[in-house]
Design a protein around this ligand. Structure first.
Ligand SMILES: Cc1cc2nc3c(=O)[nH]c(=O)nc-3n(C[C@H](O)[C@H](O)[C@H](O)COP(=O)(O)OP(=O)(O)OC[C@H]3O[C@@H](n4cnc5c(N)ncnc54)[C@H](O)[C@@H]3O)c2cc1C
Ligand code: FES
Length: 376
């Protein structure tokens, strides 16, 4: 089997095993620390890369595709947002994040307008499971739109740096040619030995450039023409919600097994369950089945948590302050110690397995499974 890219031929053994990226040290190196902005690189009119340097030199370990949580103070208020690490773990001395302005968005616009070389920010991470390390394969398809390109950039840069013997089809959607992120870098990588085929799809021309490539949106005929062996690939999708819905439909139309498809969403949905008051109930009152008693040890507060209520909702309604941000098990802000009891927790990458093993949990996405004592 051979993979041909931009005129270069690279021979890939049929029997070759999927890369295990064994040179990567694994995500054992949690970092929660203040970092310095070392450089700001404008990539497109509304996307910039911020190069972050630790105050004390260190080698970062993370998996390509993982994200960090930035805490920034704006007008005296702290805000936390997740940003994918766009640099690869093979360049471990610095981290980069690549941020797109969101119309009326608080943090993305603040970063663009105020975060300059020499300024500091708190960075926590790495978090998340959206990484090819978890899905070793010989062939990948990266489907991204807008800032959803960032995990794909880290993964592609990693494969290139490690000279991995695998084949990547990278299909990216942008508004116009000027909005394509890392366009020349990816074109260079495609010509530099990695079996990488890049297809950019633009909806429109830019004033500076008439687009002569694929035009419109991602469709099944377009993807089938660009990536004929799509069903043989491990697929990663990241982009706005409508894009991801469309991408799933396109993949289904082309017969791709949903088990091969992995996605990351940058958009946090509003939590389905609104905060409700949790009544303080004396122990003698008969309790609804599934109701749990929660004791918040540091606050000395006891509450009753009805079925379908998260520990965070119960705490908030009882006046116990647990700092939180995403409310979806993503950012790790609400991480707390579970002193006793068990919870059903459906997190989205905001906690590491060894933290769970050490008795930590995320109250925002944890439902009591019996009575609990929480260190809050
Ligand atoms: C795992 C993960 C990884 C991510 N990686 C990246 C990345 O690599 N690059 C990147 O650019 N982004 C990334 N994001 C998205 C990022 O975390 C932020 O969500 C994004 O930058 C927008 O934040 P913001 O503070 O600017 O917008 P926000 O202030 O949070 O606003 C978001 C949206 O809500 C609207 N809005 C805000 N307040 C209101 C209101 N009161 N009423 C109505 N609408 C309102 C805004 O107009 C905007 O459209 C990632 C997100 C996740 C979850
Ligand atoms: S608030 Fe983000 S993980 Fe709980």
């Amino acid at each position: 089997m051979s993979a041909i890219t931009n005129g270069q031929q690279r021979v890939t053994s049929v029997a070759a095993a999927a890369p295990q990226l064994s040179l990567l040290p694994g995500a054992e190196g949690a970092f929660d620390q203040v970092m310095l902005c070392k450089a700001v690189i404008a990539l497109t009119p509304d996307v910039s890369t911020y190069v972050l340097e630790p105050l004390t030199p260190q080698n970062f370990t993370f998996e390509p595709g993982q994200y960090v949580v930035l805490t920034v103070e704006i007008n005296g208020e702290q805000h936390e947002r997740c940003y994918t690490i766009s640099s690869p773990p093979t360049r471990p001395h610095l981290l980069t994040i690549t941020v797109k302005r969101v119309p009326n968005g608080v943090v993305s616009n603040w970063l663009h307008d105020n975060f300059r070389v020499g300024q500091q920010t708190l960075v926590r991470g790495p978090l998340g499971e959206f990484s090819l390390v978890n899905y070793p394969a010989l062939k990948y398809l990266f489907l991204s739109a807008g800032s959803g390109v960032t995990p794909m950039l880290s993964m592609t840069r990693t494969l290139a740096d490690l000279a991995e013997d695998c084949n990547v089809a990278f299909v990216h959607s942008a508004r116009s040619p000027v909005d394509i992120i890392a366009r020349s870098e990816l074109a260079t990588l495609a010509g530099a030995g990695l079996a990488l085929a890049v297809t950019n799809i633009c909806e429109d021309d830019s004033p500076e450039e008439r687009w002569t490539g694929q035009r419109g949106r991602l469709t099944a005929p377009l993807l089938a023409a660009s990536v004929p062996d799509v069903a043989a690939r491990e697929v990663f999708i990241c982009g706005p919600p409508q894009y991801m819905r469309a991408a799933h439909a396109v993949l289904a139309e082309l017969g791709v097994d949903p088990g091969q498809v992995h996605q990351e969403s940058f958009t946090l949905e509003v939590p389905a369950v609104p905060l409700t008051a949790v009544p303080d109930a004396p122990a003698e009152v008969e309790r609804e089945a599934g109701t749990a008693s929660l004791h918040f040890r540091r606050s000395g507060i006891d509450v009753v948590c009805p079925p379908g209520t998260t520990v965070l909702e119960a705490a908030t309604a009882a006046g116990v302050v647990i700092r939180s941000s995403c409310g979806q098990g993503l950012c790790g802000t609400c991480k707390s110690d579970l002193v006793s009891g068990q919870v059903d927790m459906q997190h989205a990458g905001g906690i590491r397995p060894r933290e769970i093993a050490a008795g930590k949990f995320l109250p925002c996405c944890a439902y009591p499974n019996g009575d609990l004592v929480v260190d809050a």
